[in-house]
Design a protein. Structure first.
Lengths: 299, 320, 380
């Protein structure tokens, strides 16, 4: 917007507004981390600032169980995070999250890459038709058809399995579209050279196209992993029974539902554990992440 | 023959994707379309043909009308506000001399965080007793903050009747529990989460505008920043805006996490958005026919929006 | 081994890229396929390579038909215009790929399992020494561990040649390999590639749109236009004795001067304001084109003895030579005349010059651009 001249007052006003906005944006993160470090009393009375006093407090529940009072003094942060892992199988949830997001990404790539290569570089009858279908399928958000998918999975007895969590996401038409656009920019000569060298078409996909597409693939990986790590709707629909398969958001929700409201500290600790990995990764590789998350803007 | 060889490779590479596209994306649409005319439930081997009854209900029964209304209201609030804020933030950040990256990072944080987790955190922050929001508001009562926000210093305004003053008297609202505030609060969280995404897209759009163009506008006599914005920046951001509007609209239409975790559609269906309705009808109450009908209506709306966007973009850009 | 093309046709939909081409490439020769862009020369090369399948006709290498043989099994190596080096692999790895795929069996290529086979180690050792040897020949030994992105254009070019060389192919196919280089390097690489051909004594099939490259490098050149080969011969004969007007105009820089002419019933040929000494040896009559290369025209001082006059529009100084551009007096024809610096002293733009033609050197083309042979006229 500027034309090279700056006014200091304008700049200051902008900073003031942006800082105010930043405070509102950060507010819940502040609450989350701060509460996860505080004792129940401190949460109730808003004492202790951001980090809490970190003074040991008496665990009433522990006393109720008949333990001697001396054994029931707890450090707030340790208590909150300890309970996050003890009261609910949080580790299990995290593991599930990793299993599901990684499987989804790997299968998406296995399916999308050869298809994208064929659509970008191979000549065969019906290619434009397939690409047209890809463009059409881009119109269908998977969440919107969750219900019929659920019915279909239920009818083949696949609900409450890892498969149910992964299957609907195995086909990423967006991934196909994106990689096709990228592959179009790879020179034909390179593919012909590989053919002359004796590579099969299958070999070309994984040994020539894939290494060339690493930047695009990285962005897509971030796009995919963030979306599925954070996804709540689909696991909510398709997991109705055992908690063993719960993904992190579902586990957190379950934890919240089972609380009487007194255990805000452990709840916030759980939320922190779930949210922090992606935030840290984001802070470490901001440019890549922003690129990946806004990928859908590349269309 | 070489051609045949690559052609076969082509078919075998496309086949898995093609099969999955049919089974996972196209067949379900058909399944939903068929079931939407029935009263199918899971576990029943048969279902009765209801023809258009499910659809009739959607458009005549008051609970479904409330659903359509809640979804529409949510989209109509979240889309313009989050886009306006995103654009404003992008413009401000783009023109900063320093600190731009820091703001960008902070504003993008909500996009990365699991919405469900943050919804639960917001609930804590908005909690009537332990929540930081109401507590801070209460702390302002009786002091200069109340005096200021009661607007008594503006002539003609009765400070006693102001929202802040009366809330100080009667207590600040239960943000998620009161009919008046629930949808607005859900919208607020939606905006909080979405505007950073829009900001980043607008920032990308802004860097794409050549500096010379803005300088040329200045030379042509567009003196004020606003004039230059109207003349160059806004039109140049056209494609970005088209995209941002559709993607935000489609995402807002799919709002679910916050509603499920915080209000479960209530109070009195003020936050009964479509995705939640599908979930409640189909998954919780096993009314698959009704759920399918809502799914189809939902799908229509989403596809119309995307097609509209595609049409508007295609007039400028072509895939090849 | 000889490479033979028989009645090769390639059409894309309704367009014909290669139109009934017959070509016999002898073992060890440097054959250039030259022609303007879009003439089908690259398509023809790709058909030989097996990267494109012909619509009809057949290709044979060493007497065996290879139409159904995949590119990698034809034992040909190709150097591409864009070099086509794998960007993620080092130079050494780039050169290893074709040998690994050819010499190692599928199990031997497997990441860890392959190491269990003792044969792998000996094969890899052989491959390594082949690459070192090729790198030495091409003087790229110091670049072997680098990635293509870290190399200059000329270095990439060498690596691309090296990758082709290590396979010891029946023939090298080169598709405009020099056109991505800057002018000075391009001239230098011409001599290097010729040198390589001399030392390897392998067949080179070289595609270019640059007639100068074709003239300087090849043992024979095939001039292609509109999908057809118009003439195949040594560079000298193509230049002196073009069989087709299009060949005559394409080869040689600056272009040959062409004047409209007419043959009378006795075979005498009249052009501009003069007639040729020779007459047509065939009974042709009517309109013809008469061509003179710039070096076959000369400035004639004085009032008499010239064949036509020319108004100078431009003097092009090439140092050793001058090219005088001008318009023939009738104003319809542009002419280029080669002259020595001495001849052009005192000549300035706008001057009228008398031009003489070396009539025995003239080339006459008749209907459908075909060359018309001449014989001494009776008047002589």
């Amino acid at each position: 917007m500027n034309t090279g001249t700056y006014s200091t007052t304008g700049e200051l006003a902008k900073h003031a507004t942006l800082i105010l906005g930043a405070l509102i944006v950060i507010l819940p993160f502040y609450v989350m981390v701060s509460f996860s470090l505080k004792s129940p009393q401190e949460i109730g009375t808003h004492a202790g600032g951001f980090f809490g006093s970190q003074q040991a407090f008496l665990d009433q529940y522990c006393v109720k169980l008949g333990n001697p009072e001396a054994d029931c003094w707890r450090n707030p942060a340790a208590y909150n995070y300890g309970n996050a892992f003890k009261k609910a199988p949080l580790l299990r949830y995290l593991l599930n999250g990793v299993i599901v997001t990684v499987s989804i990404f790997v299968i998406q790539v296995l399916i999308a890459l050869p298809c994208a290569y064929a659509l970008a570089k191979l000549r065969f009858w019906g290619r434009e038709l397939v690409f047209g279908l890809v463009l059409f399928c881009l119109l269908i958000p998977v969440h919107a058809i969750a219900l019929p998918l659920y019915i279909m999975l239920a009818n083949v007895g696949l609900t409450n399995t890892y498969a149910a969590l992964v299957i609907p996401w195995t086909i990423s038409v967006f991934g196909i579209f994106l990689m096709r656009q990228f592959f179009k920019t790879v020179p034909d000569d390179l593919i012909d050279a590989a053919r002359m060298d004796g590579m099969s078409e299958f070999g070309i996909v994984w040994k020539v196209m894939l290494p060339c597409a690493i930047p695009a693939l990285m962005a897509f990986a971030i796009f995919s992993v963030v979306a599925h790590w954070n996804d709540y709707f689909w696991p909510r629909v398709v997991l109705t029974g055992s908690r063993d398969l719960y993904t992190p958001p579902l586990g957190l929700r379950e934890f919240q539902g089972g609380l009487d409201g007194a255990d805000t500290g452990p709840l916030m600790a759980t939320a922190t554990v779930i949210v922090i990995p992606l935030l840290v990764a984001f802070l470490l590789a901001q440019r890549k992440f922003i690129e990946g998350i806004t990928l859908s803007g590349m269309k | 023959m070489i051609l045949r060889h690559t052609r076969l490779a082509g078919y075998s590479f496309v086949l898995p994707a093609l099969v999955l596209m049919f089974v996972i994306l196209l067949v379900p649409v058909l399944v939903a379309a068929v079931l939407s005319f029935t009263d199918y439930s899971l576990g029943n081997s048969t279902a009765d043909w209801l023809a258009w009854k499910n659809y009739e209900k959607i458009f005549t029964r008051s609970s479904y009308q409330k659903m359509l209304w809640a979804s529409a209201l949510y989209v109509l609030i979240v889309v313009p506000v989050s886009i306006a804020l995103g654009l404003a933030a992008a413009l401000a950040i783009h023109s900063l001399r320093f600190g731009a990256n820091l703001y960008k990072t902070i504003y993008f944080l909500p996009v990365m965080a699991a919405l469900l987790a943050m919804a639960i955190v917001w609930e804590t922050a908005l909690h009537p007793t332990i929540g930081i929001v109401n507590r801070s508001l209460e702390a302002g009562c009786g002091g200069w903050v109340e005096t200021f926000f009661s607007w008594g210093w503006i002539s003609g305004v009765d400070p006693e009747g102001s929202w802040y003053a009366s809330s100080c008297e009667e207590g600040f609202p239960l943000w998620l529990g009161e009919k008046r505030y629930a949808l607005a609060t859900i919208c607020f969280i939606g905006i909080w989460q979405a505007f950073g995404f829009n900001m980043v897209l607008y920032l990308a759009g802004l860097t794409g505008i050549p500096r010379e163009l803005i300088q040329a506008a200045a030379m042509d006599g567009a003196r004020s920043g606003w004039q230059r914005f109207r003349l160059v920046t806004w039109p140049m951001l056209g494609p970005t805006t088209v995209f941002v509007v559709t993607i935000t609209a489609i995402r807002s239409f799919q709002v679910f996490d916050t509603v499920e975790a915080l209000t479960e559609g209530g109070p009195s269906k003020t936050t009964y958005v479509m995705m939640y309705a599908i979930y409640e009808k189909a998954v919780e109450q096993n009314l698959m026919g009704m759920g399918s009908a809502i799914t189809i209506v939902f799908l229509m709306l989403v596809m119309v929006m995307t097609a509209l966007q595609r049409y508007m973009v295609e007039r400028r850009v072509h895939y090849s | 081994m000889d490479i033979k093309l028989e009645r090769i046709v390639k059409s894309f939909g309704s367009a014909t890229a290669v139109d009934h081409v017959d070509l016999h490439i002898k073992a060890g020769e440097f054959l250039t396929l030259v022609g303007p862009s879009g003439c089908g020369k690259s398509t023809l090369l790709r058909i030989i390579a097996g990267l494109e399948s012909q619509t009809s006709g057949s290709v044979s290498i060493g007497g065996d038909t290879v139409d159904a043989v995949r590119p990698s099994e034809r034992n040909l190596a190709m150097v591409f215009q864009s070099y086509a080096l794998y960007p993620h692999l080092s130079v050494r790895e780039n050169m290893t790929v074709p040998l690994r795929l050819r010499d190692l069996s599928a199990v031997e290529r497997m990441p860890l399992l392959g190491n269990l086979f003792p044969s792998r180690a000996t094969k890899m050792h052989a491959i390594r020494s082949k690459i070192d040897q090729a790198a030495e020949t091409l003087q790229i030994s110091h670049l072997l561990e680098r990635k293509p992105g870290e190399l200059s254009g000329g270095q990439r070019q060498r690596v691309a040649v090296g990758r082709a060389m290590v396979r010891q192919p029946t023939a090298f196919l080169m598709d405009e390999p020099l056109s991505n280089l800057d002018a000075a390097l391009r001239v230098h690489m011409r001599t290097e590639i010729s040198g390589l051909h001399r030392s390897l004594k392998t067949t080179f099939i070289y595609v270019t749109h640059d007639q100068a490259e074709a003239l300087t490098m090849s043992s024979r050149m095939a001039v292609m236009m509109d999908g057809q080969i118009l003439q195949v011969d040594t560079p000298e004969r193509i230049y002196r004795n073009p069989a087709d007007l299009r060949v005559a105009q394409f080869v040689g820089s600056p272009r040959m001067n062409i004047f409209p002419g007419e043959v009378d019933s006795l075979g005498r040929i009249q052009t501009l304001e003069f007639s040729l000494d020779n007459v047509a040896s065939e009974p042709v009559q009517g309109n013809v084109s008469v061509g003179f290369r710039p070096e076959h025209l000369r400035i004639v001082n004085g009032s008499g003895g010239h064949d036509f006059t020319l108004k100078v529009t431009h003097k092009e100084n090439l140092g050793a030579d001058y090219f005088i551009h001008g318009a023939v007096a009738d104003g319809n024809h542009q002419v280029i005349v080669r002259a020595t610096p001495e001849e052009v002293t005192g000549v300035s733009i706008g001057d009228e010059l008398g031009i003489g033609c070396s009539k025995p050197s003239s080339l006459v083309f008749g209907d459908s651009n075909k060359r018309i042979d001449l014989r001494p006229g009776l008047t002589q």
